[in-house]
Design a protein around this ligand. Structure first.
Ligand code: PLP
Length: 395
């Protein structure tokens, strides 16, 4: 009667959503400020002034089409050109409006791209730890997700494991840097090596292998760390971008796909992207926010708050005896659980009103993810609880 797969997906919520819902209930019981919710990546920093200004202006201008009308299925041409101009200015690319497809966020960008590429029997590689929805998006196309572990010492790419994971069935590789959940930014050296392997394997198997680069955290980096622009390193690149984090707009659902002008038969790929958008019903992203982001190209939320949160949390937790890699980007701290079973550790943390996500579904058992895109006050208030939790394990 029903798709069992969809029933299963709809019934078994992700562990992140479970904790997020638990947090709401718990806050209602004991008070908002008593619960330290580090479950979800909902930016605490407000959207920059440019966003609200643009909304106000657009409403005042009152053009019904710009406000609430349909745009082209692939998004407003003026917006797509504005993004192309911005990206070209930043990265020296030669993109035009015709390389961009506007989406309802990175989740849609990924779903559309995978749908556009996948044929029967295809495999897509990603690196653990990874955003758990990749499995859902890849399997929804009938393809297989192949998970390659990162180097456990720094969560950079383990190039030998990567090469070993590529087969004649590999259609694409999903890379996410800055990474959710580790916060790691893949080094330029690592990118070059990975791209070299991809070039070699494309030749060996005689077909393209696409690099799908999931970049909602591109602008969220600290200490001047460089995030290489993948199109400049590998021709068969498709960028999946979102304004959810860079402009603190996750609920507005706005992002894009960019197909490299150097990708093999890029016009065909772009047409397949349009077809996949149509098949999935992801056409004509919200008009109002298409216009808003058009006016806010190059603007980013104030990420200094995240950097401060990262420093406070990282310094305190390492002092209390937790082990974690200092993240260079995104707003997650990836911490080794103080017992083997991260689920059990997360349950014990709840006794201290700390909500941290066990990372098994990220492909990395034994770790938890702490989303530090919360107020600095919450971070500071939570420290005694983190200390007490560590002490309960004899640290
Ligand atoms: N990819 C990664 C790595 C993410 O962390 C997220 C959201 O947290 C997404 C994709 C989905 O982003 P969006 O809200 O723009 O759909």
């Amino acid at each position: 009667m029903l798709s069992q797969k969809m029933l299963e997906l709809g019934t078994n919520r992700s562990v992140i959503r479970d904790l997020f819902e638990y947090a709401k209930e718990r806050k209602a019981e004991i008070g908002e400020d008593k619960v330290f919710d580090f479950s979800i990546g909902n930016p605490s920093v407000p959207a920059p002034a440019c966003v609200h200004q643009a909304v106000e202006e657009l409403i005042r201008e009152g053009d019904p089409v710009l406000l609430h009308g349909y745009t082209s299925a692939q998004g407003d041409a003026g917006l797509r050109q504005a993004i192309a101009d911005y990206v070209n200015g930043q990265h020296g690319t030669a993109l035009t409006a015709d390389h961009f497809y506007i989406t309802v966020g990175a989740a849609a960008s990924l779903s559309i791209t995978l749908k556009a590429l996948a044929e029967e029997g295809d495999e897509f590689i990603t690196f653990a730890p990874f955003f758990p929805e990749y499995r859902v998006f890849v399997e929804n196309t009938g393809s297989k997700l192949v998970v390659v572990n990162s180097d456990p010492k720094d969560f950079q790419i383990d190039q030998r494991a990567f090469e070993a994971g590529i087969t004649e069935h590999t259609k694409g590789v999903i890379l996410n840097s800055p990474n959710n959940p580790s916060g790691v930014v893949i080094s330029e050296e690592g990118i070059r090596e990975m791209c070299g392997i991809l070039e070699k394997k494309q030749k060996e198997y005689g077909h393209p292998i696409f690099l799908i680069t999931d970049e909602p955290y591109r602008e969220l980096v600290y200490g001047g760390v460089k995030v290489p622009y993948l199109m400049n390193y590998y021709d068969n690149t498709i960028v999946c971008y979102s304004y959810s984090k860079s402009l603190s707009l996750p609920g507005e659902r706005i992002g894009y796909i960019a197909v490299s002008d150097r990708a093999v038969q890029w016009k065909q790929i772009y047409a397949a992207v349009c077809g996949a958008g149509r098949a999935l019903g992801y056409v004509c992203a919200p008009s109002l926010f298409q216009q808003v982001v058009k006016r806010c190209q190059g603007v980013t939320s104030d990420v200094s708050v995240y950097e401060r949160n990262r420093d406070i949390l990282y310094n305190a937790l390492t002092e209390y005896g937790y082990r974690c890699i200092k993240p260079d980007g995104a707003f997650y701290l990836f911490v080794e659980a103080l017992e083997k079973d991260a689920g059990a550790f997360s349950e014990r943390a709840k006794e201290y009103e700390l909500l941290v996500v066990p990372a098994d579904s990220f492909g990395t058992p034994g770790f938890v993810r702490i989303s530090y895109c919360v107020s600095t006050e919450q971070i500071e208030n939570s420290l005694p609880a983190f200390r007490a939790l560590a002490e309960s394990y004899g640290r």
